[in-house]
Design a protein around this ligand. Structure first.
Ligand code: ATP
Ligand code: MG
Length: 629
């Protein structure tokens, strides 16, 4: 790689150098993946401290993920050689961590971490409570979608009064939004989105406080500027108002968080917002092999809504990106692991590998194969595993009760899958003591269950015990078809980030079940997977092969990258294809950006897997890749 010059011992080309040394006034660095934007940002911080003797306390450096923040700290520490002076005084972190600290600093009682609704299920409980208050029938209500919609409204800073609902569903979601806010206030709870909104309100309302922060911070450096959302943008603008020293680096082709309100318009209209802004583009790619760069560019060039950018790869080799076509996700996982093992035996370091997927659930097979392989790996923490998804837990509850009708966890999931009131659980426990029968049988005696549900329960429960003697895949078929689980699937719809269909989960579970001869072994396997996932959550680290969603891989780079599940319906995701059929191509373009982000993580070797069957159904190679094959 030819790099003409250096600054503080760090190689930089002159476009990069210009961006590093332009300190005052608004600055936007707009450039493609791997062009050194993050390097520019970190070097700029070093340059300010070491060459310009700017007080590190007055610099705020913002990234999007905790992992990116860690990486940035590492890069800074490495590059600052022996003079780490000032590094720990630099304010560096994600929007949430920085502004949460600010809130706590001013009112630690109100913003006590104990009151934080961290998980979607916690929010869901509040939404359920809100439904009860408003007499909305919660049975048919897609809470996951409501959670996402409310998050979107908050991040785009829409107050309930300003929202104009587009349809009946949004109308209900809006009513619920108001009540949800009320419930949270009443119980002194808050969620992640509240942190930023409230911090903004706090600063806007308290001019003394705002002035104090404006006095303290003079320089703002933001990575991944393309994914900034209105509340984050407004916060930064407010804080930097007096100096206008706002520096963003980003790539409009990598906007992948629009469902959380991120808006590339802030990049596209930067010059209008800040007429004296300097805009610098970087045109060399220092990360990836030129074959990878040109393939990725070819993919993204089909998007209509984008700024076109020049990108010259600095790095040449003989290897090309490779597409492969396994039979299904099981074979996909086997091929990938064998390939990695071979490379590692020949001396490659496991830390240099990453497996990327569209949604958490699509990583299921690979995860399972890693658990039983001897390869070290890390999976991003904080997410529910496949087996903890409501739908999967629901269907597994039938099998677990078949083996043990006194399994308390299983009966809880079962009650939920039948849409019975949660208070039923207490009645069941009491009745099982009273009648000296199992929890499952006690459910037959519970009072107050509506008639139509009683007949259903009377049909299902006696059949459950015989499930354990069936082959696992057949047992799943019986639960689905004969025992009415399809009802549940229909009502449940999507789950999590409303991305994956319950019926796909069930198909996937059947794929796993086929590998086992009896229910016992199958359940042992699922338990093993759940406990491994839990153990991993405890000590997540950054070593070993990295398994993660494309969203999480943003900004990172690996020598070997494997993209799995590159088929229509997964990448691009189904919902984007559906809206494209209705004439809306925005989501499809975002899916293409996701593939672009995934491809551009690779430095030397890129493998893309397009299985011909996925989640129990036939699959077609991603439409984004077909023109290249
Ligand atoms: P992304 O859009 O994916 O976030 P980026 O534009 O932030 O990418 P960086 O991660 O900063 O790109 O840089 C990509 C790789 O190229 C890194 O390994 C970085 O160290 C290297 N690099 C950047 N600039 C140079 C340079 N001038 N000379 C040599 N290597 C460089
Ligand atoms: Mg970057």
């Amino acid at each position: 790689i030819k790099t003409p010059s250096q600054l503080l011992g760090i190689p930089l080309d002159h476009e990069q150098k210009e961006a590093v040394t332009t300190i005052d006034g608004p600055l936007l660095v707009l450039a493609g993946a791997g062009s050194g934007k993050t390097r520019v940002l970190t070097t700029r911080a070093l340059y300010m401290m070491q060459e310009k003797e700017i007080d590190p306390k007055s610099i705020m450096l913002v990234t999007f993920t905790a992992k990116a923040a860690r990486e940035m700290k590492d890069r800074l520490a490495q590059n600052s050689k022996n003079s780490t002076v000032g590094l720990n005084q630099l304010v560096i972190g994600t929007f949430h961590s920085i502004f949460y600290k600010m809130l706590i600093h001013h009112n630690s009682e109100k913003w006590n971490g104990k009151n934080l609704l961290k998980w979607d299920w916690q929010k869901e409980n509040y939404l359920k409570q809100s439904c009860r208050e408003l007499s909305i029938d919660e049975k048919d209500f897609p809470f996951d979608q409501a959670i996402q919609q409310i998050g979107y409204w908050k991040n785009t800073m829409k107050t309930p009064g300003e929202i104009k609902p587009a349809d009946d569903w949004e109308e209900t979601a809006l009513t619920l939004f108001k009540e949800y806010e009320e419930q949270k206030r009443k119980h002194r709870q808050f969620d992640f989105d509240d942190m930023l909104v409230q911090c903004y309100e706090m600063l806007k309302e308290n001019s003394t406080l705002l002035e104090a922060y404006q006095k303290r911070f003079h320089y703002f450096l933001i990575d991944e500027f393309q994914d900034i959302n209105p509340v984050q943008y407004n916060l930064m603008k407010l804080l930097s108002r007096h100096t206008n020293n706002l520096c963003g680096v980003g790539d409009d082709d990598q906007t992948i968080y629009s469902f959380r309100g991120s808006e590339p318009s802030f990049i596209l209209n930067f010059k209008e917002e800040f007429p004296d802004a300097k805009i610098i583009s970087l045109s060399s790619n220092y990360r990836s092999d030129h074959h990878i760069v040109s393939t990725a560019n070819e993919v993204i060039s089909k998007n209509k809504k984008r700024l076109s950018k020049k990108m010259i790869a600095q790095y040449q080799s003989e290897t090309s990106p490779i597409c492969f076509f396994p039979y299904d996700e099981e074979e996909e996982a086997t091929l990938i692991i064998n390939d990695m093992k071979e490379k590692i035996e020949l001396g490659a370091n496991p830390d240099e590998f990453a497996v990327l997927y569209r949604t958490h659930t699509s990583g299921r097979a690979v995860f399972e194969r890693f658990v039983t392989s001897s390869l070290p790996f890390t999976i991003e923490k904080g997410q529910n595993s496949f087996y903890e998804r409501k739908m999967v837990r629901g269907v597994l509850a039938y099998l677990r009760l078949s083996v043990n009708p006194d399994d308390t966890d299983a009966i809880t999931d079962f009650i939920r899958a039948l849409f019975l009131k949660q208070s039923t659980l207490n009645d069941v426990k009491a009745l099982s003591i009273l009648h000296d029968c199992s929890l499952l049988d006690a459910l037959l005696h519970v009072k107050g269950i509506p008639a139509f549900q009683i007949s259903k329960i009377n049909k299902i429960i006696p059949r459950i015990s015989s499930l354990k003697t069936e082959k696992p895949a057949i047992a799943l078929g019986i639960i689905e078809k004969e025992l009415g689980f399809t009802d549940y699937l229909k009502k449940q719809g999507n789950e999590g980030n409303s991305m994956d269909r319950g019926s796909d989960d069930l198909n996937d579970l059947k794929v796993v079940a086929k590998k086992f001869l009896n229910v016992d072994e199958f359940l042992q396997h699922t338990n093993h997977m759940i406990s491994t996932q839990h153990a991993l959550k405890g000590h997540s680290h950054d070593t070993g092969v990295q398994l993660m969603t494309v969203h999480r891989a943003k900004g990172l780079e690996y020598k070997y990258v494997y993209i799995i599940g590159a088929v229509d319906g997964s990448l691009p995701h189904d919902f984007s294809l559906e809206s494209a059929r209705k004439g809306n191509y925005e989501f499809l373009e975002e899916e293409r950006r996701l593939l672009y982000v995934a491809m551009t993580r690779a430095k030397e070797h890129l493998y893309i897997s397009c299985p011909s069957n996925r989640r129990g159904r036939k699959a077609t190679t991603s439409r984004f890749l077909r023109p290249l094959l």
